[in-house]
Design a protein around this ligand. Structure first.
Ligand code: COA
Length: 252
């Protein structure tokens, strides 16, 4: 994951490039009907769910304002969420955004004022909660000139091991190729063996070390970079794993 300070710094020069209208084939309407999980562009309304997953995934989280700026202002940025389709079973985390009885009773106004006074997060409508509860992961990247830089990727702990992290990475790599990036790169904690396994699977290799990169505990970051995205070796590996993944996520 990219350090928050780097996000601030990069953002200043990051106003003019990617655009947010892309729909990867892993998110086409027909795929949505048959895959247990699917990808959508991240929207501001998704941020409470993203932040909840982030708090459970990283020792120090980006503030939600950082996501808002990334989505709304950084045209080099591409952020996505993974959602559970109606065919996938809920796995018991659907209590993060409860609709309290107070909300039901007074249409939400009393609850809203009370929570504002307590400085709580704002309450959610039943419809909003319905959508937030389907979000099981998220990821993002910047595409700068010819390089795709993965900034973050995380999956709800109760949904890990089901191919969702891989689906998110595949969607980022799909988009990187569509934008003609030459390679993809990222930083990962040297201790994060699980994430490194995922990246190795898609040809990322060690490309250097950033010493004491993570400000919370001073851990080093490994820099990992893919094989050139246009190379035969990347194309072969990518197509193979992508196909296997989509087979695995199909619901039939
Ligand atoms: C890293 C992370 C996103 C993986 O998501 P996930 O949905 O659990 O992973 P998937 O089920 O898609 O697995 C894809 C690949 O990741 C690797 N992987 C996943 N879980 C693993 C585990 N427990 N041990 C070793 N490798 C593992 C494997 O290579 C796996 O491929 P395989 O199924 O062919 O073995 C998830 O563990 C996470 O959110 N971690 C916390 C946040 C984080 O560290 N993000 C990375 C920041 S750089």
């Amino acid at each position: 994951m990219t350090e928050r300070g780097d996000v601030e710094m990069e953002r200043q020069g990051a106003e003019d490039c990617v655009g947010a209208s892309y729909h990867a084939s892993v998110s086409s309407p027909s795929s949505n009907e048959t895959l247990r999980y699917f990808i959508e562009p991240m929207q501001v309304r998704h941020i409470p769910a993203v932040s909840a997953i982030e708090r459970e995934s990283f020792p120090s989280a980006w503030p939600s304002s950082a996501y808002r700026r990334e989505i709304q202002r950084n045209r080099m940025a591409y952020y996505i969420v993974a959602k559970r389709s109606s065919a996938a079973r809920s796995q018991g985390q659907d209590t993060r955004f409860p609709i309290t009885s107070e909300q039901h009773e007074d249409g939400g106004l009393f609850w809203h004022l009370k929570s504002l006074l307590r400085n709580d997060a704002r309450p959610f409508s039943r419809e909003e909660v319905g959508e937030l509860e389907t979000i099981v992961g998220y990821a993002g990247m910047w595409v700068m000139v010819d390089e795709a830089h993965v900034t973050t990727i995380a999956v709800d702990p109760t949904y890990r091991g089901e191919g969702i992290g891989e689906l998110l990475l595949v969607a980022l790599l799909d988009r990187s190729q569509e934008l003609r990036a030459e390679q993809a790169t990222l930083e990962v904690r040297v201790s994060n063996a699980v994430a490194q396994q995922l990246y190795w699977k898609y040809t990322f290799q060690n490309a250097g070390l950033r010493r004491r990169y993570y400000s919370d505990d001073g851990e080093d970051a490994l820099i990992m970079t893919t094989k050139p995205l246009a190379s035969a070796v990347f194309q072969e590996v990518f197509a193979h794993h992508r196909r296997k993944l989509l087979e695995r996520l199909r619901t039939d």
